[in-house]
Design a protein around this ligand. Structure first.
Ligand code: C5P
Length: 398
């Protein structure tokens, strides 16, 4: 993705408006052209003149202003931008955006925009944690909006908690790194992929239909996003990806060792492997002979790699997968809580629904306080979207 050059900054009315003035200065320092649209309330905190002086462009406040409509109507204005950032975004503005209201210039520009949109919320901690605000935020995420912050700390009202607008330097850095595609720059990502093979005797084993494609696509997407990637892979037919440290394993026990010994040294762990849940109690040294009409295999449970990583003292941001044939959401949420994960990506498997051994997939992603649907698409694109989402949630946690 090319670096954005033309930034449309939307400013709504909160005390954090003064920080957005600094944001304009930082963006211009990066060589970007900035145009500003303010709500009427924002203009009461800091005058449009301040933003005009800092951006070097006329500031727009009214939807039906004959003068500015002549110079640049709201549709052309929205299309002009490579990227739109709304900072600060008040609870009221977020509510309006999430419901598609367009009763002033800023909300209309948001609806007309076809570029990436970022929102930096700013509000009192109680307003931020209200379920209705959280529902509106979840809706914005579903609509493809990228969140920056909010941060935690002391607020203008004297209270402490989540809701403070992120600092202008952080917003500027987030716009640059996420937009340039390097959203995991400097981070170490560990991914497990593919099936495992549980031997019964020298010639037979128990395995599953996992192709490893999703895990490999995630490894490549993470590498492309700037991360240093280690891929622990069960047996697959896939070529070794370039610039990725590939550790080949066969059994669930080998995968456990390979992951556990590396996990503490990584910032993110994505458990995309289809690990055998059970393994034979005994591996027979000779080929098992055909004898009786019926036979029984004694199996014991394997260790849950994902849950063990999530319970490490120094744990990476831990992402699991849930492949389900029924009750997708309930099972995914249960795993998220029971295995103490940071995020879980759930998908339907079986009956031509993508998933195992297919080129396409769709994911329902859940994390504490949010969910997002990643619609059916090729596994490479899906991997990019999931990596982008992991980077966003990870940044919001810091
Ligand atoms: O509980 P379930 O096996 O459905 O959970 C799936 C998730 O747990 C996947 O992310 C898978 O990689 C991981 N898992 C694991 N070790 C196991 C079994 C599953 O890491 N033994």
């Amino acid at each position: 993705m090319n670096e954005p050059k033309r930034i449309l900054l939307g400013v709504s009315g909160g005390i954090a408006v003064y920080k957005s003035a600094e944001l304009v200065r930082l963006l211009r320092k990066q060589g970007m052209e900035v145009r500003v649209a303010m709500t009427a309330a924002a203009a009461k905190f800091v005058t449009p003149l301040t933003f005009q002086a800092l951006s070097g462009n006329a500031v727009h406040c009214d939807l039906l202003d004959a003068e500015s409509e002549n110079a640049m109507d709201h549709i052309s204005f929205a299309r002009w931008a490579d990227l739109m950032i709304i900072a600060p975004a008040t609870a009221n503005l977020i509510a309006k955006l999430s419901h598609g209201l367009a009763d002033d210039l800023l909300t209309t520009l948001y609806l007309a925009a076809t570029c990436r949109v970022y929102v930096a919320p700013a509000m009192n901690q109680a307003m931020w944690s209200k379920p209705v605000t959280q529902e509106n935020i979840a809706a914005l995420r579903r609509h493809g909006v990228h969140l920056i912050g909010p941060a935690q700390g002391e607020q203008a009202c004297g209270e402490t908690g989540f809701g403070r607008m992120s600092e202008p330097q952080e917003i500027c850095a987030a716009l640059l790194t996420v937009s340039s595609g390097l959203c995991l720059q400097g981070l170490k990502v560990l991914i497990s992929a593919g099936p495992t093979r549980e031997p019964l005797d020298p010639v037979r084993y128990i395995t599953n239909r996992s192709s490893g494609k999703m895990g490999y696509a995630l490894a490549e997407a993470a590498r492309n996003a700037g991360a240093t990637v280690t891929l622990v892979s069960g047996p697959t037919q896939l070529p070794s990806p370039e610039q990725i440290d590939l550790v080949r394993v066969e059994t669930a026990a080998e995968m456990y060792d390979a992951v556990i010994t590396r996990a503490e040294n990584h910032h993110v762990y994505i458990g995309a492997a289809a690990v055998a849940d059970y393994t034979p109690v005994e591996v027979r040294p000779e080929k098992i002979k055909k004898q009786d009409e019926q036979t029984t295999l004694a199996l014991h449970k394997t260790k849950d790699i994902l849950a063990e990583v999530a319970s490490l003292r120094v744990r990476p941001f831990t992402v699991g997968f849930a492949a389900e044939t029924t009750d997708l959401e309930a099972y995914a949420l249960d795993k998220l809580a029971r295995k103490n994960l940071d995020m879980i990506a759930a998908n339907w498997v079986g009956q031509a629904q993508g998933g195992f051994d297919s080129e396409q997939n769709a994911l329902e992603v859940f994390w504490k306080g949010g969910r997002e649907t990643l619609a059916m698409t090729g596994k490479n694109r899906l991997a990019e979207l999931l990596i982008g989402l992991i980077a966003e949630i990870l940044k919001a946690k810091v």
